[in-house]
Design a protein around this ligand. Structure first.
Ligand code: OGA
Ligand code: MN
Length: 212
């Protein structure tokens, strides 16, 4: 079964199946309105209730060597809190997705970590890879966008590239409810300058041993 041209929508069929097919056939999947609306709406309410000071400047690099570099990225992040009902509902949905992807693709995904991200106007994230083959336990990246009424003029598109540097179309607008899933080590990507406050939940399914 092949995936529909992306971005696809509206929500129908088995979302897990569509994501698995996208990962298998292209290495990525873009799905509009992927999650049940109450989950996405509660995450948006949660974002609105957060104070700017709840977010911290995002770093680059791994664990011990985390550096804040405003020339590379200017987003601010907040890790999800599993004790909060909105975050918990999202994490449960992602756990179902994890199990579904493992059943279909034998990826051995072991757990999931994720944070809210806030790009204030002017913020961006230069082209980067979330994971390097042989050097990571991040295998699959997910990004869920939480921006009602986002338009092209608002900027902030996600751009995906092949490892050869070719841009993959289409550029992805961070529209409320859109979920992007891709293989972390296979797709360099960048976030264009956002002209409005831009919110998302970014996460990674991980394996528990480094890949080789
Ligand atoms: C990231 C990232 C993309 C986006 O946080 O690593 O690339 O569209 N986010 O927010
Ligand atoms: Mn990234």
């Amino acid at each position: 079964m092949s995936e529909l041209p992306s971005p696809v929508g509206p929500r129908d069929g088995d979302v897990t199946e569509r994501i698995a097919n996208g990962l298998r056939e292209k290495g990525y999947s873009i799905i509009l309105d992927a999650l049940p609306p109450p989950i996405t709406e509660d995450l948006l309410k949660r974002i609105i209730e957060l104070e700017p000071g709840d977010f911290k400047p995002a770093g680059i690099g791994r664990q011990g060597a985390l550096l804040v570099n405003p020339f590379v990225r200017r987003d601010h992040i907040l890790w999800l809190d599993a004790t909060h009902p909105a975050d918990s509902a999202y994490l449960i949905w992602m756990e179902t997705l994890r199990q579904g992807l493992n059943r279909r693709l034998f990826l051995g995904l072991f757990d999931y970590e994720c944070h809210f991200a806030h790009y204030p106007p002017g913020a961006f994230y230069k082209r980067h890879l979330d994971a390097f083959k042989g050097d990571t336990n991040r295998v699959v990246t997910t990004v869920l966008y939480l921006n009602p009424g986002w338009t092209v003029a608002d900027g902030g598109e996600l751009r995906l590239y092949t490892l050869n540097g070719d841009e993959i179309s289409p550029r992805i607008l961070p529209v409320f409810g859109t979920l992007v899933v891709f293989l972390s080590a296979d797709f360099p990507h960048a976030v264009a300058v956002a002209n409005r406050h831009r919110y998302s939940v970014t996460g990674w399914f991980r394996v528990n041993t480094p890949m080789d």
